[in-house]
Design a protein around this ligand. Structure first.
Ligand code: NAD
Length: 364
């Protein structure tokens, strides 16, 4: 997750943080500290060119503060690209709270963090991420209104996972259209790795379409449940990388497309929900291209969750949210065409489109 080089990079520079911010294009990085509650947090605003910087708050037991800094810088920049490629009027931001979510979290600490978010006057809007719960978000919300992803019972957009799954499904269908000239997934052999909140919803769409579904997870209970519900075939452990499949859908962890798996994967398309699927964006993006495997960029096709919270800010209803998410289909096609035409990886093509939109907005 955190590149050691980045950490060393920060350590070895004279003016490390400002230099890193300028290299990565960050507008603002806020370090938050409160002795009473023990809060240590970093809020990174990468860009507000297209709108307020939105991104979740992650609570994680980092080994040191530099790790936390690198993580928040990288994640906030990723949010800028995700919002831009999805055509949303949002910038990219992220926050990290340094500490063990199981043992160091208190309501007071969350409220104190909320106060810091409030000082940014809406330039940064937060949401739930790893290590955070709905209850934590409610504590933060006591101190600031700049919070999204509120439960439906409180008038918010609720769990974004079903919308994320719909977006992944759209990206997958567009990839099929590009590769095979038809987006019909009936009879296609599709392996979904990770059948949690997003993966299970994706399996639902695929089963409705008549795909041949293989599922893989570390939870036996979840595997048995989803297999029984949707008639999917269970493939345990690493064997998922060896089966004969048309589409591989990584919906568990990042970096599952790497040197080790690429020598085994027997598929024509990769389209899934996990963030940072390519262990090395440049190297593995190029390897996929050379192997003729279509790769639907993760930060584009998993943007449904962001679109869902964006809808909350804009006051869109569920129909509008799904219509906006459906656009992932056409954007995926545009990116795959650009990739082929310009001989660049699909990941690079997506990044370029995202960057162009931001540059255009800055020059207006
Ligand atoms: P989740 O925690 O509900 O589900 C993840 C599933 O993966 C779990 O069932 C877990 O048991 C399984 N898993 C973990 N390690 C595994 C392994 N090594 N092999 C196989 N299975 C494994 O998470 P989610 O909300 O469904 O998100 C899935 C992925 O999509 C994550 O990478 C997440 O960052 C990304 N994502 C989610 C959303 C969203 O709206 N939830 C939005 C964008 C991106």
């Amino acid at each position: 997750m955190i590149k050691v080089n980045d950490v060393q990079d920060v350590q070895s520079s004279d003016n490390p943080i400002i230099r890193k911010m300028s290299e990565m294009g960050h507008e603002q990085v806020v370090f938050c500290q409160d002795q009473k509650t023990g809060l240590k947090a970093i809020i990174a605003i990468h860009s507000t060119a297209l709108g307020p910087a939105l991104g979740g708050t992650r609570m994680w037991k980092y080994n040191n503060e530099l790790e936390a800094l690198n993580d928040v810088l990288r994640l906030s920049r990723g949010m800028t690209f995700k919002a831009s490629i999805s055509g949303l009027d949002l910038g990219g931001g992220k926050a990290v709270i340094i500490g063990d979510a199981k043992t160091e979290k208190t309501d007071d600490l969350m409220r104190r963090f909320g106060k810091f978010v409030e000082t940014l006057s809406g330039n940064y809007i937060t949401a739930e991420d790893v290590g955070m719960t709905t209850h934590d978000m409610e504590m933060i919300r006591e101190e600031t209104k700049h919070v999204t992803g509120i439960p439906q019972s409180m008038g918010g957009s609720g769990d974004p996972s079903p919308v994320t799954a719909y977006g992944v499904y759209m990206g997958m269908k567009a990839s099929a259209m590009y590769k095979w000239g038809s987006d019909d997934l009936k009879g296609k052999k599709i392996a979904v790795q990770g059948i949690g909140n997003v993966g299970e919803n994706l399996v639902k769409y695929l089963s409705e379409e008549g795909s041949v579904i293989y599922i893989n997870d570390i939870s036996k209970e979840q595997l048995n449940k989803v297999a029984a519900k949707y008639g999917a075939t269970i493939v345990e452990g690493d064997a998922i990388y060896d089966i004969d499949m048309d589409i591989y859908a990584p919906c568990a962890l990042g970096a599952s497309v790497n040197d080790y798996t690429l020598s085994r994967l027997n598929c024509e398309i990769i389209a899934g929900a996990a963030n940072n699927q390519l262990a090395d964006e440049v190297k593995h993006g190029q390897m996929l291209m050379d192997m003729g495997i279509i790769y639907a960029p993760d930060f584009l096709i998993n943007a449904g969750g962001l679109i869902s919270v964006y809808s909350e800010i804009k006051g869109y209803d569920q129909k509008e949210t799904l219509a906006k998410t459906k656009e992932i289909y056409n954007t995926t096609l545009d990116i795959l065409r650009k990739s082929e035409l310009e001989g660049i990886t699909s990941h690079e093509a997506a990044k370029q489109i995202a960057q162009t939109r931001i540059e255009q907005s800055l020059s207006n």
